[in-house]
Design a protein around this ligand. Structure first.
Ligand SMILES: C[S@@+](CC[C@H](N)C(=O)[O-])C[C@H]1O[C@@H](n2cnc3c(N)ncnc32)[C@H](O)[C@@H]1O
Length: 285
């Protein structure tokens, strides 16, 4: 990372670089004049401060991303309202600006991401302890759990993995959910997943741009919307799994709330899944 003319050059590669893709999509939607699905002034500010060829991402996916983000935000807000002073652990948070969109002045927030990403985040969005902290650690290195604090009850914890689990092998993704279920009784886990067909196309190189545009890294794990209940098999300590409905978008996205019911669209739609853990880990059958 280096600074020139007040702009910070960010040079990330592979999966960490994808955080810039999501950031750009949020900023593109937030900049829309008139009706928009997302207010995210911090994302706009970050894109303006970062020296990176964002145009390579294009904006075709901005509305899709915004629908995803709104749905995730609503679920995080529900947790914040139900558990005042609770802790959100944002795994693979990148340059998400969700904290500022959902903050109630009490929520505690722990970002866990890879060292190169946390370095960028700390430069652009400095930590503000004790409420907002970041930790350089893989989500799969469960030592991050120690940072939550032994005195924080599991039911006061929401772990999110937004835009992360598709980059992990299924075994690791489900193992992570299971470990959280055991460590945070009564807690919650929120994640998004890409449909199997899209993951297969990415793996076959069928989504690679012909014109030298941005090429997404390999996605490892996909899950169709109708499979969401199967997530419960990851751990006996899972009490319930819900598939969240997308909100209504503009134009062709007006049918987004019903997209899970339309056979042709169902296979193309991302899933947003909210998992609730059992209160007592000793009582699982
Ligand atoms: C697609 S970006 C998502 C960023 C953000 N959550 C969002 O939705 O805008 C993927 C993020 O996962 C992070 N990541 C990849 N592998 C990781 C791992 N094993 N542990 C923690 N973070 C990881 C990357 O550094 C990057 O920030």
């Amino acid at each position: 990372m280096s600074e020139e003319n007040g702009r910070i050059k960010v040079a990330l590669e592979g999966v960490p670089e994808t955080l810039l893709w999501n950031l750009y999509n949020r900023a593109a939607e937030a900049r829309r004049p008139g009706s928009r699905l997302l207010d995210d002034p911090r994302a706009v500010e970050l894109v303006d401060r970062i020296d990176y060829p964002f145009e390579r991402f294009g904006t075709a996916m901005a509305q899709w991303h915004a629908l995803r983000v709104r749905c995730l935000d609503d679920e995080v807000r529900r947790f914040v309202a139900e558990r005042p002073g609770g802790t959100v652990v944002a795994l693979g948070e990148g340059l998400e600006t969700q904290f500022w969109r959902v903050d109630d002045g009490r929520v505690r927030w722990l970002t866990v991401d890879l060292p190169e990403t946390v370095e960028v985040r700390r430069t652009l969005l400095p930590d503000d302890p004790p409420r907002r902290r970041s930790l350089a650690c893989s989500a799969l290195d469960l030592r991050w759990m120690d940072e939550v604090g032994a005195d924080v009850p599991g039911r006061d914890v929401l772990v999110t993995a937004q835009g992360l689990l598709m980059y992990l092998p299924e075994r690791d993704a489900k193992g992570l959910i299971a470990a959280c279920a055991e460590r945070f009784p009564g807690g919650r886990f929120l994640f998004d997943a890409l449909p199997r067909a899209m993951v297969a196309r990415n793996q076959a190189g069928a989504m690679d741009p012909a014109d030298g545009g941005y090429r997404a890294p390999r996605w490892e794990w996909g899950m169709d919307v109708k499979e969401y209940r199967k997530v419960a098999s990851a751990s006996p300590y899972i009490a319930g799994v819900r598939s969240l409905r997308l909100g209504r978008g503009r134009g062709p996205y007006a049918i987004a709330p019903l997209s899970h019911l339309i056979p042709g669209l169902r296979a193309l739609r991302m899933s947003i899944v909210a998992v609730r853990f059992r209160e007592e880990t000793g009582t699982a059958d």
